[in-house]
Design a protein around this ligand. Sequence first.
Ligand code: 1HE
Length: 267
Amino acid sequence: MARIEDLTLSHLRVEMDADGIATVTLDRAEKRNALNAATVEDLIAVFSTLPRAGARAAVLRGDGTHFCAGLDLVEHLHEDRRPEDFMHICLRWHEAFNKMEYGGVPIIAALKGAVVGGGLELASAAHIRVADPTTYFALPEGQRGLFTGGGATIRVTDLVGKARMIDMMLTGRVYQGEEAVSVGLAQYLVDHSEAKAYDIARTAAANPPLSNFAICSAVSHMQNMSALDAAYAESVVAGIVNTQPASRDRLRAFADKSAARVRPAAG
Ligand code: 1HE
């Protein structure tokens, strides 16, 4: 079993409670949690380790008043990178975000303030996004003379659709509040995004880990396949997940009427 205690991190903090709920904190508030190369290496290390360290769910948060200001523009300026240097930087971002999206552990992003550029790419690699009234989303790449490089063309486009994605990139349009939810950038808008993120993490963590592993990896993999192959892969995953011992207990509880029924929330 991997251990989060063995990680050496520069700009992230990670802790896990007795129930396996991990908290991953971007720890660079003085730079608005901008993603420099070292932070991306930390993300790779943490999200490679959590699935093997017994994490049942993770809350991703930022220190300070902003979730993440995206690419570290000052480092990028000073490094004066060549095209191939930046392509390799992007590959490290992809490595980090793929570990998140395909790692099998539910990741809930607790958002606030700026979720911009690469910060939105990071948030879009989580499985669920929770916004608060201070949260705003934008892709200022066009204004900075840049282009997205951390997977936004795929993940943000999946969330909002191609036309909105191109509008965001061309105009730097900012989304917040209910509008951000209605276009798909966040699934929840609440007064306290962290408290809600932990509620969601605890709810998800109550599912059998094998079910969550499938939900938090297979859905994404299947999106990359033809419909025919995805349907086949779904049957294989369901064959494994739906015959697990943990599901038998739950099916028995339904059959003997001790399990909760599915009902809309009261009120
Ligand atoms: C940074 C960064 C950064 C802040 N890189 N250092 N992202 C952007 O275009 C967003 C750039 N940032 C901002 O628009 C603002 O900083 C914020 C709206 C996020 C926050 O504003 P504010 O007034 O709270 O803070 P600030 O005074 O602008 O910044 C505080 C410090 O954080 C300051 O450093 P200091 O040493 O002068 O104190 C800033 O330089 C630093 N800082 N944001 C570096 N992004 C894989 S490709 C992805 C491409 C992109 O992500 S493009 C989008 C980049």
